[in-house]
Design a protein around this ligand. Structure first.
Ligand SMILES: Cc1cc2nc3c(=O)[nH]c(=O)nc-3n(C[C@H](O)[C@H](O)[C@H](O)COP(=O)(O)OP(=O)(O)OC[C@H]3O[C@@H](n4cnc5c(N)ncnc54)[C@H](O)[C@@H]3O)c2cc1C
Length: 426
């Protein structure tokens, strides 16, 4: 039976890999980051149940790592794809980790002794990590990676490493895989709010993104779960969420709805109010889109908890003597309000992951004007593509939430499974 290559190990790719492996198919799971898990690993809780995100994801990550029919390639990317359904030849480039993965025990001694601290992408920029690091506490594989770009080669990690796992030299490795089908689940990236400089992101320290907020309120995040103003470290007394930052905005060529931002803002507002009823939380919105099962009830729960919903969009966030200041017209009453929040959270939209266009080109797949990969048919075949044997799932085709990403991952897996069964009977 032929193998399947799954590219991108977020929740959609993980689900596809587990479903295929559960049906006896060998899966090669390719992930460009040092750990599998994708964005779901960065989230604190998930709407509309407020389940802890890692409590759902982490057992699946462990299942993937232990499954005899799944091989994980991290820090790896696709170089070349040749062939056709039943007979693909996929060449991947595995980037150097400067660590012997078999020897590393993940004890973390090297991380502790490393003197270099750099910006931590996993914490969305509000935390730091070392130059030799594990991406996060529940990373899979639970091994360290040496970031050669920031390492000062002081040698302390070599000295402290018992099993001698740290390599001074390492290089790219090229691996070729034969596969019957391919599932692409390379996910999304968040909108860079610097493109809307009037909102003050990276100019005013107390303007943060929704992903930064997720890391901040996460008990294993950089502040240990404490809400903090980045300007002075104090807890905020009032928070404003600004919705649709990078969504439904023709001025920056992002006409579409990002699908999850209303719900994630409601979720985080609920979590904040439940833990800190003294903090005033207001969500400034255009429309509230609570389209899924239990979502409208979730909105009602937020209202009962005292979250304020203000229909109106502030055009800019400024700083004055009182701190942050913004003006917003309540479009239901036409009243113009001036607000001085302690913290502003930009609910950033979802766009295609970096290099989605190049990857689609490599596979000969069309992309939408939005940059997402176009599935065969938006209504009738949302995981098939123009190329037989190549499937797409999760947010690589459009913004969607976790339940929809899981469902499409499973659906793409079953299509790839049918291919391999057909190839066998031919
Ligand atoms: C702030 C915020 C809060 C959210 N909260 C919720 C919530 O509470 N509930 C909910 O249902 N949804 C929520 N979402 C949406 C949720 O994050 C997504 O639905 C889900 O993570 C999508 O999973 P995915 O696997 O499609 O993509 P991703 O999680 O983006 O995974 C894609 C994976 O592919 C990898 N990759 C990318 N390019 C390549 C490449 N070229 N080669 C190899 N690997 C590659 C990436 O590194 C990543 O690991 C939230 C989103 C945001 C922004």
């Amino acid at each position: 039976m032929s193998d399947v290559v799954v590219i991108g190990a977020g929740i959609a790719g993980i689900q596809a890999a587990l479903d295929l492996a559960g049906h006896g198919i060998f899966v090669h799971l390719i992930e460009r980051e040092p750990s599998i898990g994708g964005h779901m690993a960065q989230l604190d809780k998930t709407f509309p149940t407020n389940d802890c995100s890692m409590c759902i994801l982490s057992p699946k990550m462990v299942d993937v790592s232990r499954h005899p029919k799944i091989k994980i390639y991290t820090l790896s990317e696709i170089e070349k794809v040749e062939g056709e359904i039943g007979h693909f030849r996929v060449t991947i480039k595995k980037h150097p980790k400067y660590v012997d993965e078999d020897a590393c025990t993940g004890c973390g001694d090297c991380v502790q002794i490393c003197p270099v601290e750099v910006y931590n992408r996993f914490d969305a920029g509000i935390g730091v990590r070392k130059a030799i690091y594990t991406p996060h506490a529940q990373a899979v594989p639970a091994k360290v990676v040496r970031d050669a770009g920031h390492c000062i080669d002081c040698g302390l990690c070599y000295d402290v490493c018992g099993p001698d796992a740290i390599r001074r030299e390492d290089k790219d490795e090229e691996i070729t895989i034969d596969a019957g089908s391919i599932v692409i689940t390379t996910g999304y990236t968040i909108f860079d709010p610097r493109r809307k400089s009037q909102l003050g992101y990276l100019l005013l320290p107390d303007v943060i993104t929704s992903l930064e907020l997720e890391r901040m309120i996460n008990a294993s995040g950089p502040t240990g779960g404490e809400l903090r103003r980045l300007s002075n470290g104090a807890g905020p007394k009032s928070i404003i969420f600004i919705q649709c930052v990078g969504s439904r905005d023709m001025s920056i060529d992002r006409p579409y709805c990002s699908c999850v931002c209303c719900m994630q803002a409601i979720k985080n507002a609920i979590l904040i109010r439940e833990k800190h009823p003294e903090i005033e939380v207001t969500i400034c919105y255009m429309d509230l889109r609570t389209y899924g099962k239990g979502y409208e009830e979730y909105l009602e729960r937020a209202k009962r908890l005292g979250v304020k919903f203000l229909r109106g969009m502030p055009s800019d966030v400024l700083a004055d003597k009182k701190g942050l200041t913004l003006q917003v017209e309540n479009s239901e009453t036409s009243e113009v309000l001036t607000i001085h929040p302690d913290l502003v959270v930009l609910s950033v939209g979802i766009g295609p992951a970096d290099q989605t266009g190049q990857m689609a080109e490599r596979f000969g797949l069309p992309v939408e004007t939005t940059g997402f990969i176009r599935p065969l048919n938006d209504a009738l075949d949302t995981v098939g593509t123009l190329k037989p044997g190549i499937y797409v799932a999760g947010t690589v085709t459009a913004p969607r939430d976790i339940p929809d990403s899981v469902a499409s991952g499973g659906s793409a897996a079953m299509r790839a499974f049918i291919d391999t069964a057909r190839t066998r009977s031919e």
